[in-house]
Write a protein that binds this ligand. Structure first.
Ligand code: CAA
Length: 285
């Protein structure tokens, strides 16, 4: 594997963490996946196994390759088990305090040469790096959903990230078949700074009665060749995640176009979170 990185860690087993662990395992890496809830000790491998099974069913993966990938992932509830990792990707919920706690612990337990990465969508990498003793080893490595399919990885060095750390991370993600783009540590980086205002504008169209969710999605799929219309995409990303990214963008920019529309906030408060909850702007039941 490029960059000499073979032992990797992932913190968090949500959509992104599980997808990243699966990607790493499929590339022959030794993966340790740290979870916080005891139930995730069994739920996380089951989720990854289900995804690998879909690949086998489609004939894109041999059963023995699925078994090897699953065997390459060890799940733990103890961040201390990441002590021998050469690179750790944090993928917990989009909450700055939570992520800072993870970084603070990783800083104490991880090998001093380990790269500490976050796959945050919109929080400041600089503020996450602020809680570690050696911020030169911290950078953003932002994957996209579905991790297996989307080629882009945004690499986000801070003003303090060492050049060799960014270069190593770039070689590493290139070795995973991804296309890295280096972007500045500004809220939303490039993709979400452009994408989220678009999704929020689509939500406002529905909120104001201007158009139905179906019509907005159909218009952008058929008129602009988007693979998913904006409301389907918001449901796919998760409405809680869209709202959290919007809050982070708005906190930095203070621009009205970044403010979460009240309809989005009410849906999140009601547990209507998109595809993962079975209901969002569309129904998945
Ligand atoms: N895991 C693995 N593979 C998957 C997958 C998943 N979750 N979802 C789809 N695929 C694969 C399929 O197996 C299929 O591969 P093969 O052709 O080799 O069999 C391929 O992707 C296409 O899938 P489908 O034909 O089933 O369906 P589709 O054509 O509708 O594609 C999609 C599905 C790739 C998700 C497509 O709808 C799409 O590109 N949507 C937009 C995704 C997007 O914009 N993602 C970025 C979100 S923003 C983000 O992630 C950043 C953030 O910080 C919020």
């Amino acid at each position: 594997m490029s960059a000499g990185i073979t032992r990797v860690g992932v913190v968090g087993s949500g959509t992104m963490g599980a997808g990243i662990a699966e990607l790493f395992a499929l590339h022959g890496l030794d993966v340790r996946l740290a979870v916080s809830r005891p139930s995730s000790l069994t739920a996380a491998p089951a989720r990854i196994a289900a995804s690998l099974d879909r690949r086998v069913a489609k004939g894109r993966l041999a059963p023995h390759e699925r078994d090897a990938a699953l065997a390459a992932i060890a799940v733990t509830a103890d961040l201390g088990d990441l002590a021998d990792r050469q690179l750790v990707v944090e993928a917990v919920a989009e909450d700055e305090g939570l992520k800072q706690n993870v970084f603070s612990t990783l800083d104490k337990v991880a090998d001093p040469d380990a790269i500490l990465a976050s796959t945050t969508s919109a929080l400041s990498i600089t503020r996450l790096a602020g809680v570690v003793e050696h911020p030169e080893r911290v950078l953003g490595v932002h994957f996209f959903n579905p991790v297996a399919v989307m080629e882009l990885v945004e690499l986000v060095p801070t003003l303090l990230t060492a050049d060799r750390v960014r270069e190593r991370a770039e070689a590493f993600v290139t070795g995973l078949g991804k296309k890295p783009v280096t972007v500045a540590d500004r809220s939303g980086f490039v993709v979400n700074a452009l994408l989220i205002p678009f999704l929020l504008a689509a939500i406002r169209m529905v909120e104001s009665g201007y158009s139905s969710a179906e019509a907005v999605d159909q218009a952008m799929e058929s008129g602009c060749a988007h693979p998913m219309g904006p409301l389907k995409l918001a449901d796919f990303i998760g409405l809680d995640v869209v709202a959290a990214i919007a809050e982070a963008l708005h906190a930095e920019s203070r621009q009205p176009l970044h403010a979460p529309p009240p309809l989005l906030s009410r849906m999140v408060e009601s547990g209507i979170l998109g595809r993962k909850s079975g209901r969002g702007f569309h129904s998945y039941l």
